[in-house]
Write a new protein. Structure first.
Length: 342
């Protein structure tokens, strides 16, 4: 019996079909059992509750959000936060939802139609301020949509490719030593996503998108962006400030040290480590971060859900308790690192 055999058996117990499905497929590679397990999971929370809030045509409405931000913002999916169509798509992709499910397909098509700007050549968020149209270009949103749409079978669509190319061209990797210009797509000091210090979550989201990017996306410029992005994350030892090394890269709920489900515009330690591993980085900083995650397990080799954003259509697990979902993700991280012992 390997070191992790017992905890994997715990993950396979009845009661959490999404953990069971992903454990069978991603940890044990028992793809012959995947079809039946996925069918059961699709009828179970959180996916079933997420899909309950989606119309048959993939639509979603929220009167309060539309009054505050405009109907176009709601159609684009970013608002209301954590419950809009884009968040639903992101969370379903994280679960590994069935891409052929009619509502999943409709959600993806809705994002492609309503969240892509031909004018800017990328996914964007149309907003209204005081009745006047405005827009915002958020790099973490772009990266998340590339990742989610590709995971759900829509990665070859031109909107996805255009957005990947847009990020390849414009994504910054500065560490507090750049003055953003006012020329498009930047907005100078007014733009929190493109400020003097590069937004960490813009970089991690773009790198995660790279882990699923089709082969045809990989231009020389894309490889250069990957190199710069990986170097940027390594300069922060994945989880820590580059300027004050004993301080987390972010504060409050966005601290990557807090193991989180689901992943949103920011990623937790497990997700950042997985991204680096999938991009081929196995160095000292990655191993240090893995050891940090290992230090958080209890005596039963299980991990806790430490943070859950909200409000959600349905949580992935119960906060501050042993979490099968977080434990599955931690073991998947160990498998990618070649450290899973079954």
């Amino acid at each position: 019996m390997g070191e992790h055999t017992r905890v994997v058996e715990w993950l396979l117990e009845p009661g959490h079909p999404w953990v069971r499905y992903n454990t069978l497929v991603q940890l044990l590679e028992k793809k012959n059992e995947a079809s039946e397990a996925l069918a059961e999971a699709m009828l179970s929370p959180p996916a079933s509750k997420i899909l309950d809030h989606v119309d048959a045509d993939g639509g979603f409405s929220d009167a309060a959000a539309a009054k505050k931000w405009g109907e176009a913002a709601v159609r684009s999916g970013y608002v209301p936060k954590y419950r809009g169509a884009a968040w639903k798509l992101l969370f379903l992709a994280e679960l590994g939802a069935d891409p052929s499910h009619p509502k999943v397909k409709a959600l993806g098509e809705g994002i492609l139609k309503n969240a892509f700007s031909e004018r800017h050549g990328t996914f964007y968020i149309p907003l209204e301020y005081g009745g006047y149209p405005e827009y915002t270009l958020i790099p973490c949103f772009m990266g998340n949509m590339i990742w989610a749409l590709t995971r759900l079978g829509l990665g070859t669509r031109p909107e996805v490719r255009f957005t990947f190319d847009w990020l390849t061209k414009y994504q910054r990797f500065d560490d507090g030593d750049w003055r953003p210009p006012a020329e498009s797509p930047y907005k100078g000091s007014r733009d929190r996503c493109w400020g003097r210090h590069t937004c960490y979550w813009g970089v991690t989201s773009f790198l995660r998108a790279m882990t699923v990017a089709p082969k045809g996306f990989w231009t020389p410029q894309a490889y250069e962006s990957k190199r710069r992005g990986v170097d940027f994350i390594l300069s922060h030892r994945l989880l820590w400030s580059s300027h004050t090394p004993d301080r987390p890269i972010a504060t409050k709920n966005t601290r990557p040290q807090r193991l989180t489900a689901p992943q949103t515009y920011y990623q937790d330690a497990v997700e950042i480590i997985e991204t680096m591993l999938r991009l081929g980085e196995h160095g000292e900083a990655v191993n240090e971060a893995i050891e940090y995650v290992l230090s958080k397990r209890n005596t039963e080799d299980r991990w806790y859900l430490e943070n859950s954003p909200g409000p959600l259509d349905a949580p992935f697990d119960v906060k501050e308790r042993e979490s099968k979902w977080i434990t599955f993700r931690a073991l998947r991280m160990l498998k990618l690192a070649g450290k899973l012992d079954l």
